[in-house]
Write a protein that binds this ligand. Structure first.
Ligand code: FBP
Length: 345
């Protein structure tokens, strides 16, 4: 008997109880199909004419590589054939209305972290699906709790699809021979207390007090007040960091910092933080700015940035506890004043 569960057969069951389940499933299938094509293109890279050259700057100031533009075109083309009213892509200035009668809205980062491709490091597609409201465009400005599904694809040694749908998180791997995603881990749960953190430490001098304090405490480990010695990871690829957290736990931080342009963090709320927060929460983890739950936030602009702290419940809780005690500040000259208070007291 064939015990393989394909993404399509999984989607036949997941969400089938809700009236919108089949529409959401159709969108997920379309994104997955486009991801298979994108995975081929990424794997071939220069052999398929991908030069890595930049072709302009998107509305948010990011340089767009040829592969970013190709990924954007592939994902938007795939969504045109689905019940999607409007799509907001990282590569476009504003949401694009596809079918004003359709029931869903999608926010998507077609290719996150494309700068990593030059070094053959994992990159990904991140997506967020919500039911459209009366006004199509306003749908994108509802809080993250309005999402009905979200997920990401990692183009790495394997092509992996992480799917948050039907209040659970499942992981699929691309079977390249049959060109379909197969279920490899169901109802994933994030380890609640893994002593591992990920942060771009080169920005340390720009962090504000609470983040400095947390990282100081992690580094001090059992030599300080801590119960654990921490391990550190930084891949510089949000999808790869998120998958690692699902597999073995830990906490990821991309905080706001004092650099111009980083006062609200680096990552984008609608197609990075919201979908990752849904994945984290439905897998038993958490996602916060340090002060507020990510899923309760609404974007003010399509490409709104936000601080993101996510992962194991214990790690996110510890960071939030420090934020309660220490005022935010962007003049870090005062930070050492606050930096010595114990995290694990
Ligand atoms: P883009 O959205 O501009 O592709 O960048 C996102 C990202 O690459 C994330 O995947 C990653 O977490 C972060 O930027 C890395 O930032 P830094 O340059 O500080 O290492």
């Amino acid at each position: 008997m064939d015990t393989r569960i394909t993404l399509c057969s999984h989607l036949d069951h997941a969400g089938s109880e809700t009236p919108t389940g089949p529409a959401v499933a159709a969108v997920i299938e379309a994104i997955a199909a486009a991801a298979i094509g994108l995975s081929d293109l990424i794997a071939d890279g220069p052999l398929a004419g991908i030069t890595g050259r930049t072709h302009g700057v998107n509305s948010d100031g990011d340089h767009q590589k040829d592969i970013d533009l190709a990924a954007d075109a592939m994902m938007r083309a795939a969504l045109r054939a689905t019940p999607v009213a409007a799509v907001l892509s990282e590569e476009q200035d504003a949401p694009e209305v596809l079918n004003a009668e359709a029931s869903l809205c999608v926010a998507i980062d077609p290719l996150d972290g494309s700068a990593n491709l030059e070094n053959n490091i994992s990159v990904g597609t991140i997506f967020s699906i919500r039911l459209r409201g009366n006004d199509i465009i306003s749908t994108f400005f509802e809080p993250g709790t309005a999402q009905c599904a979200a997920g990401f694809v990692v183009y790495g040694p394997q092509t992996t699809l992480v799917l948050a749908f039907d209040e659970r998180v499942d992981i699929f791997i691309l079977d390249r021979r049959n060109r379909e995603f197969l279920l490899v881990a169901r109802r994933v749960r994030i380890a609640p207390n893994t002593p591992e953190f990920a942060i771009n430490a080169s920005n340390q001098r720009h962090w504000h007090g609470p983040v400095r304090t947390y990282i100081d405490e992690c580094l001090a480990g059992t030599n300080g007040n801590g119960a654990f010695d921490f391990n550190m990871r930084w891949i510089g690829s949000l999808v790869a960091e998120s998958l690692r957290i699902l597999v073995r736990g830990g906490v990821f931080l991309y905080p706001a910092d004092a650099r111009p342009g980083y006062r609200e963090g680096r990552l984008r709320l609608l197609y990075e933080a919201h979908p990752m927060a849904l994945v984290m929460e439905w897998a038993g983890g958490a996602a916060s700015t340090g002060r507020r739950r990510i899923l309760e936030l609404s974007a003010r602009t399509p490409h709104q940035r936000v601080p993101l702290i996510m992962g194991s419940m214990r790690g996110v809780r510890d960071v939030a506890a420090i934020h309660e005690r220490i005022e935010p500040m962007f003049d870090n000259s005062d930070a050492p004043l606050f930096a010595r208070r114990g995290l694990f007291l």
